[in-house]
Design a protein around this ligand. Structure first.
Ligand SMILES: [Zn+2]
Ligand SMILES: [Zn+2]
Length: 338
């Protein structure tokens, strides 16, 4: 285990979150420049601080033994997106996964080395590591997406397509934002139950409802208008035309889950024009979203069953099974526990 260079941090991994993106990477659906250690979600205990590191990226003092939660992308702060647009998630020269023969922060590992520039935050005492890792990269991704979409308005009607960790984080955020109704759609009874625990006011089972029935239900709870905000968190292209159809006039349609679902999908673009819709895409999240995600979990850990979201804890030798569980629909959150 190498000592951290100046500005870097070495941490012992407590939990590495297993994300749907990891599955896409192992299937070769995402271009990687070299072999990597998987795992972009993690919480751990500081083992050693590099020279000059005395506080986290929110100014909170840190020392060896403190628990931290980190953003896996270190932006360059030198490119167009970092400097002119201040959108660090679009950085063109970000340090993502390092090569496997160097210290890396892939979290399917016993230890990680966070390079200088990778934002990390001290987990407050009284907030469990499991509560923080439960939403891994999902809550930060939703926070960034909702920010791009202009927020969730109080008393609005929200539909969330897909109730994996991203969808559940979206359900919770809609609830916390004061949405009048939050309707969650999924085919897994387990996930629909979780959606209710995280604030869904209604759930629609894909397996037992038709597209027309779902549209009817969403209209019934929204005064006949449809949803003011639809959040796609399913990763299935077929969700796209349905999501458009569920939108009320002047609604926003936020697309998060379709990140790795490349391919064509027929839909009627006239709906976008005739209903004055806004379509918003988003990918990754920035340091501030990781900070805010941790704060939200910390503030609301008594109101929502974050730890209960974790249904499977796998050792490093069970990584393949862990990846399989993520796509099975039978799991809530799967985490690696080195
Ligand atoms: Zn992820
Ligand atoms: Zn940059």
């Amino acid at each position: 285990m190498p000592s951290p260079s100046a500005g870097a941090v070495v941490a012992r991994v407590e939990y590495g979150g297993v994300c749907g993106s990891d599955v896409h990477m192992t299937r070769g659906e995402f271009d990687l420049p070299h072999a990597i250690v998987l795992g972009h979600e993690g919480v751990g205990v500081i083992e050693e601080l590099g020279e000059g590191v005395v506080h986290d990226y929110a100014g909170v003092a840190v020392t060896a033994g403190d628990r931290i939660y980190w953003c896996p992308i270190a932006p360059c702060h030198k490119c167009w997106y970092c400097t002119i647009e201040k959108d660090f998630s679009s950085c063109t020269q970000a340090t993502w996964f390092g090569p496997v023969d160097k210290p890396t922060w892939g979290s399917y590992a016993d230890f990680v080395t966070l390079p200088e520039g990778a934002a990390f935050f001290r987990i407050p005492d009284g907030t469990t590591s499991e509560a923080v890792i439960a939403f891994g990269c999902a809550l930060p991704a939703v926070l960034q997406g909702v920010e791009r979409a202009g927020g969730i308005k109080p008393l609005s009607h929200v539909v969330v397509q897909g109730c994996g960790p991203i969808g559940l984080a979206a359900v919770m955020l809609a609830k916390l934002s004061g949405a009048a109704t939050v309707t969650a759609i999924d085919a897994s009874p387990l996930r629909l139950r979780l959606a209710e625990q995280f604030g869904a006011t209604g759930v629609l089972d894909l397996a037992s409802t038709s597209l027309d029935e779902r549209l009817e239900r969403v209209r019934a709870v929204s005064g006949g208008r449809g949803a003011d905000l639809v959040i796609e968190a399913s990763g299935h292209r077929s969700a796209f035309p349905e999501g458009l159809g569920l939108c009320a006039r002047n609604a926003a349609y936020l697309l998060i889950g379709l990140w790795a679902s490349q391919g064509e999908q027929p839909f009627d673009p006239s709906l976008i024009v005739q209903r004055n819709l806004r379509l918003i895409g988003t990918q990754y999240a920035q340091g501030r979203h990781y900070h805010d995600a941790m704060k939200i979990v910390s503030l609301h850990h008594q109101a929502f069953p974050f730890e209960a979201l974790i249904t499977h804890r796998c050792g490093l030798h069970e990584a393949r099974q862990a990846l399989g569980l993520v796509t099975s629909g039978q799991a809530g959150k799967v985490v690696m526990r080195p």
